[in-house]
Design a protein around this ligand. Structure first.
Ligand SMILES: NC(=O)c1ccc[n+]([C@@H]2O[C@H](COP(=O)([O-])OP(=O)(O)OC[C@H]3O[C@@H](n4cnc5c(N)ncnc54)[C@H](OP(=O)(O)O)[C@@H]3O)[C@@H](O)[C@H]2O)c1
Length: 226
């Protein structure tokens, strides 16, 4: 199950995993866009089912979980991909509480609440995997450059969610991924990577990586500093 799979990196991850034979659940908050994406992936690549899910809304996540369990008895891979960037070049002292809360609600709490809701189905998998789509912007090791502080802090905190989940769920593989700078609505047309390149490490972790790779932050299939 991939959140925010109606477009961008999430859509490409769903497409590639369907082509590998997964029954893919195309998570999207917009029903029309989600249905369209699932139909398109289903026709071209394999089995895809639309699942309406707004990761910023507990009721929506609970409903999505119920719908999922009516169709499948277990979940092998959860990709927490949905994300927003609300701030641009706003300086840290200029961010409103509202903007900061909205960003954390989706980018940080969203992945935690979706993992919590889907954990019972993941536990029934032989090798459950959770992949949190983070960003190099959340790295503390190189220091911040001042760009999009609320977004970057939300990804730093998401990485905290990843290590806590990895510690709490030893049977699971739980990792953070930086996809690089990718040409999507979020990344813009000048970004250096295609969606295929951006999806690569996520798809690898979902399907091929050893199950004992957990609690890590990765880009290009390699560990990177937090
Ligand atoms: N592109 C980059 O350069 C880049 C770099 C580093 C990390 N990332 C991360 O990669 C992930 C995917 O980004 P992208 O570039 O593919 O962005 P994108 O094209 O803007 O797609 C974002 C997706 O997230 C969905 N979404 C946002 N809020 C949601 C919510 N509350 N509930 C459900 N879905 C929601 C969007 O749905 P709607 O269509 O309804 O808005 C859309 O499907 C994000 O987590 C982002 O932070 C991207």
């Amino acid at each position: 199950m991939i959140t925010g799979a109606n477009k961008g990196i999430g859509h490409e991850v769903a497409r590639q995993l369907a082509a590998k034979g997964f029954h893919v659940f195309v998570g999207a908050r917009n029903a029309k866009a989600g249905h369209k994406a699932a139909d398109e992936i289903g026709k071209k690549c394999g089995k895809a089912t639309f699942l309406e899910i707004d990761v910023a809304d507990n009721d929506s996540v609970a409903t999505a979980m119920r719908e999922f369990s009516n169709i499948e008895d277990h979940l092998d891979v959860l990709v927490n991909n949905a994300g927003i960037i609300v701030d641009g070049d706003d300086a840290i002292l200029e961010i409103s509480d509202e903007l900061f809360r909205k960003t954390l609600e989706t980018n940080t709490l969203g992945p935690l609440r979706v993992t919590r809701a889907f954990a019972p189905s993941l536990r029934k998998s032989e090798a459950p995997r959770v992949i949190n789509v983070s960003s190099g912007g959340g790295q503390l090791s190189d220091g911040a450059d001042g760009w999009a502080p609320a977004y970057c802090i939300s990804k730093t905190a998401l990485n905290g969610v990843t290590v806590q989940l990895a510690a709490a769920l030893p049977k699971f593989a739980v990792n953070s991924v930086c996809p690089g700078w990718v040409r999507t609505d979020m990344g813009g047309e000048n970004a250096s990577r295609s969606v295929e390149e951006g999806a690569d490490t996520i798809v690898w972790l979902a399907s091929e990586a050893p199950q004992d790779v957990t609690g890590k932050f990765l880009r290009d299939r390699k560990e990177i500093p937090w």
